[in-house]
Design a protein around this ligand. Structure first.
Ligand code: ADP
Length: 685
């Protein structure tokens, strides 16, 4: 396809399409981001809530275990103990409860009666003396007294020999015996031990657990989250009588990649798939639009080409229905494309009498016969009845699958070609006629030369015979009637021989195109000259001859003999047009009328100022068969005749003679039937 300059309209369309695509992609991407973010937030909030619940559970576990410990410790006093009897169960208790580092039995004055240290931390009090912890013990016991129940001291750091230390807390349980105070049981808790022993191990897997102070200072650590990953932190308060501890539970934040859960991943994947489908679709649409544009341009190009053609184009399907026509074809057959497309057989342009023949041709074509490459000629008819010859060249119509779907025809209007052919033929015929005329001319001069001698002989024999018949001088009375008639006949023979001589001379002159002798002749004398001959023919056919010469008719200037021949020829044609036995019912119509009169021209017809030329009109009217349009067309063509014995030269010569005189020879139908031949001759000044 030819490269096309991009129009501003197309560029605008392109940039708008790109902006739309960018907006769409941005929308989908931001939707995806928001979705991922919200899903992550939701996940984190859920994890945080779960962690906080777990922290509360851990805190509750510690509290209830401490309470249970109080009850267990009270068993040390279920029977009245002695210092020795106290020690053994106390040691057992310490062995069972690792969170306890020391048990003390003190009297009401808080003096130490007995004590036992945990075996798990043997040198706990080797670095610092136990007395250093007494303020905490007293604090707890004061609280215990006040609350009449177990109470806890605040936690404190207890340094060890190896440079480390341990965070501890005192619990003081007042012991009563029969309703009276009987001293205190002081249990020293290690905070790490509490975290390790009093909690549910399953809850702490992979998590960090510690006791913190309110300001965040770490008091005791059980476990911490490994690695430097980000963590979630939940805090729970461990509210004990006399002291409150802050429990911190840490959990690693689960890194779930870009998509925190399956749902988000699925929605994300679907969105990405949607986006890619949209992109593919967009590309497809773009390609399709480009292809459509290309096709539209190709179509417009083809249409312009077809519209500019003068050859008619027509496509038919296999059933003979029209599927396509171009404007040239519509113009040719005089029907619109809407009228033509879809029309079947017989086609609207088939001449009615040729329908069968054309149907036959169609059948042959549909039977798969090979169409002639050079085409075939046919005749089409327009709705107004006019017909025209055409040349049809057909080719099978093959679709993209290689199947024949119909026929494509190119139709050429042959009218103009035929007209040119006809012109050529006519001019050829004229040429031939001219050649024959020349031959006739030669023949005529030959004949005139040959006939002059016998005619002269006839004339002299006639005058000789006449002399012999002349009665001798003075014997007039004795002339027999037969003799007189013979003399009359001899005179007529002499006259006619003379006339024949003149005719031959005129024809010879005419053929040689010599200047004819023009003379002033009265119409009456012209008529008189032909009347004897004409009278004979008319009488033979039983036709009435009527002659009318206008009284004011001027004389004419003409070649007398030739004009006489014209008159005679026209009158003879009229007689021959009324053969005997023709309309017997209208015997009044068996009439031949010769009329002569001056021709009155309308004023202004002659050149202004000049004296108007006078014309004399001669007409010969018969009531015979008349002229059919066919005959009328060729009337003046040399050698055209409808008669077996005719030469077809009469009228053609007549016209030439009249035209050489400056006049015109015309004809028109006579009323009620027959023909009027009229010619004009110049009047003598
Ligand atoms: P020809 O007389 O030798 O046939 P013309 O040139 O005189 O030749 O006439 C040519 C033809 O014209 C005739 O054959 C005849 O058919 C026709 N024609 C001439 N005059 C008349 C007429 N008055 N009425 C009918 N047909 C005529």
């Amino acid at each position: 396809m030819r490269p096309q300059p991009r129009s501003p309209w197309r560029q605008r369309l392109r940039s708008r399409r790109w902006r739309l695509w960018a907006a769409l992609i941005l929308l989908v991407v931001s939707l995806l981001a928001v979705l991922v973010f919200l899903a992550a937030e939701y996940e984190e909030a859920r994890d945080q809530t779960a962690l906080e619940q777990d922290a509360a559970t851990v805190s509750n576990d510690i509290r209830s275990n401490l309470l249970r410990n109080v009850q267990t410790l009270q068993t040390l006093y279920s029977v009245t103990p002695t210092v020795d009897s106290w020690s053994t169960p106390a040691a057992d208790l310490l062995a069972q409860h690792r969170e306890l580092v020391r048990l003390e039995w003190r009297d009401t004055g808080r003096r130490l009666l007995a004590h036992r240290d945990s075996l798990y931390i043997p040198d706990l009090f080797s670095y610092l003396d136990r007395a250093q912890a007494l303020p905490e013990v007293n604090l707890a016991c004061d609280n215990a007294v006040r609350q009449s129940g177990p109470a806890y001291s605040s936690s404190y750091f207890w340094p060890l020999r190896n440079g480390k230390g341990i965070e501890m807390m005192e619990m003081c349980l007042p012991v009563t015996r029969a309703g009276t105070p009987a001293g205190f049981l002081v249990a020293t808790y290690s905070l790490p031990g509490m975290l390790a022993e009093l909690t549910n191990k399953d809850l702490l897997r992979g998590r960090g657990l510690a006791f913190n102070e309110a300001d965040g200072t770490r008091l005791a650590l059980h476990s911490s989250v490994t690695g430097s990953r980000r963590t979630l932190t939940a805090r729970a308060v461990l509210d004990l009588p006399g002291h409150t501890l802050l429990l911190q539970l840490q959990s690693p934040r689960l890194v779930r990649g870009l998509f925190p859960n399956v749902l988000t991943a699925v929605v994300g994947a679907l969105s990405l798939a949607l986006l890619s489908v949209l992109l593919l679709l967009g590309r497809d649409i773009r390609r399709r639009q480009r292809a459509e544009l290309d096709v539209a341009e190709a179509l417009a190009f083809r249409k312009a080409m077809e519209d500019s053609l003068v050859t008619g184009l027509r496509a038919r399907d296999m059933q003979g229905r029209i599927t396509y026509v171009n404007p040239a074809f519509c113009e040719m057959v005089g029907l619109s494309a809407e009228q033509l497309v879809g029309s079947g057989l017989p086609a609207p342009w088939w001449p009615p009498e040729l329908v069968d023949e054309y149907q036959q041709r169609q059948m042959v074509r549909l039977a798969g016969q090979i169409l002639p490459r050079e085409g075939y000629e046919s005749v089409f008819q327009r709705p107004d009845g006019t017909r025209f010859p055409v040349l049809i060249i057909e080719a099978p119509l093959i679709d993209a699958q290689g199947q024949q779907t119909g026929f494509m025809s190119a139709i050429l209007d042959l009218t103009e070609q035929r007209r040119v052919e006809e012109l050529n033929r006519a001019s050829l015929e004229r040429l031939q006629a001219t050649a024959r005329l020349a031959t006739v001319g030669e023949m005529a001069s030959l004949l005139s030369h040959e006939l002059n001698q016998p005619l002269a002989a006839i004339a002299s024999y006639a005058s000789g015979t006449l002399n012999l018949l002349e009665p001798p001088q003075g014997a007039e009375a004795a002339v027999a009637p037969v003799q007189a008639e013979l003399a009359q006949a001899m005179r007529r023979i002499g006259e006619q021989a003379d006339r024949a001589g003149r005719v031959i001379k005129s024809v010879a002159d005419f053929v040689r195109r010599r200047e004819q002798a023009r003379e002033v002749v009265t119409p009456q004398s012209l008529i008189d000259a032909i009347q004897p001959l004409l009278g004979l023919q008319v009488k033979k056919q039983g036709i009435r001859l009527q002659i009318h010469i206008a009284p004011d008719c001027p004389a004419v200037l003409c070649d007398r003999t030739m004009v006489e021949q014209v008159l005679l020829n026209l009158a003879r044609n009229g007689v021959q047009a009324m053969p005997p036995g023709e309309p017997t019912t209208h015997s009044g119509l068996r009439l031949l009328r010769l009329e002569v009169g001056p021709l009155r021209l309308h004023s202004g017809q002659g050149p202004g100022g000049q004296a108007q030329k006078t014309w004399v009109s001669f007409s010969v009217t018969d009531h015979g068969t008349g002229l059919s349009p066919d005959v009328a067309d060729k009337l003046f063509t040399p050698f055209f005749t409808t008669r077996a014995e005719g030469m077809g030269l009469g009228l053609s010569l007549c016209r030439t003679v009249i035209e050489q005189h400056g006049g015109a020879l015309t004809h028109e139908p006579a009323q009620p039937r027959g023909t009027v031949f009229r010619f004009t001759l110049p009047g003598a000044a």
